[in-house]
Design a protein around this ligand. Sequence first.
Ligand SMILES: NC(=O)c1ccc[n+]([C@@H]2O[C@H](COP(=O)([O-])OP(=O)(O)OC[C@H]3O[C@@H](n4cnc5c(N)ncnc54)[C@H](OP(=O)(O)O)[C@@H]3O)[C@@H](O)[C@H]2O)c1
Length: 334
Amino acid sequence: MTNNELEEWLSRPTESVVNSLQRIDGDILILGAGGKMGPTLARMARRATSADRRIMAVSRFSSTTARKNLEQHGIDAIPCDLLNRHAVQQLPDALNIIFMAGQKFGTTDAPEQTWMINSVLPTVVAERFSQSRIVVFSTGCVYPLTSAATGGSVETDSLTPPGEYAYSCIARERVFSHYSRTAGTPILLFRLNYAIDLRYGVLHDIAQKVWRGQPVDVSAGHVNVIWQGDANARALQCLELTSSPPATLNVTGRECISVRWLAERLGNLLGKSPVFMGSSTACTWLSNASKSFELLGDVSVSLDAMLEATAAWIQSSGVSLGKPTHFEATNGKF
Ligand SMILES: NC(=O)c1ccc[n+]([C@@H]2O[C@H](COP(=O)([O-])OP(=O)(O)OC[C@H]3O[C@@H](n4cnc5c(N)ncnc54)[C@H](OP(=O)(O)O)[C@@H]3O)[C@@H](O)[C@H]2O)c1
């Protein structure tokens, strides 16, 4: 599979997305679109809707490739630092916002930057777009660690995670919730766990280690994963599930999967014997996404299909973004 074929797959709209976007009106503005997920999400929105609907992607565009890629696919790319109130005021109005800006890595070394992006930037956006529907990308890291035996955290669980990054993500949720309650902004908090692209993600990280004969760290014990195309589709579908006070949804696959099992399965596909390090902790970050399956239906790509595609990608020296997920970290330090 080529890079272009992969991006076509990750941005392929499901019938449910097409139908869902037909039921709501207005343009779509994606904020923080220059990262790992934004380009394929924006392209899916473009492919799922008629040409008269504007799809706009806002980011600082630290990666010029992301900007070019978006423009090539009929998306209006708008460079903007979302911490700049004046610049945010100048952004076009849109009835639908997908909010994806965030910072995770580097928190331990520069925590103030993480707090600015994850908690101050949301105030700027929530004030500017109080009249729009907003799907806010959040994370399963807002929950405390839990064991696979529980089936994962559910949306009503208390938010008492380890580590400063996770608390900055709670701040992001609280800021948006405040504006949803006080300004009536329809919002959905989209708690995502581990999107799978072939160029990054938990399966990519494990497969790369197995392929190179490097030890796979099993400290985390279990993980949740979802195909990035399915995560993109769910985010777009969630626009019509926004509400005031805000709705909350865990978004990931159905299973809590053993890291050891994943490495063994990938080893099997790659013709390699995995080597392991660390000992599995009883508790890690795991979410129960049952509610998302009830509301949005099944995913289009199974775990087995993700594993096969990942192994084939690694075997054929497919591109790596060089952005490890650090899924092994269970102390909340990033
Ligand atoms: N991928 C996953 O598996 C996963 C799992 C759980 C949660 N999430 C969350 O979901 C969201 C999207 O995921 P992702 O993987 O695409 O994240 P990502 O790669 O970190 O992309 C987020 C993008 O936000 C943009 N951004 C940051 N500060 C900004 C600012 N001041 N103004 C404008 N744009 C800014 C950055 O692009 P520029 O440099 O171009 O500005 C960055 O690349 C993130 O918030 C992430 O934390 C992702």
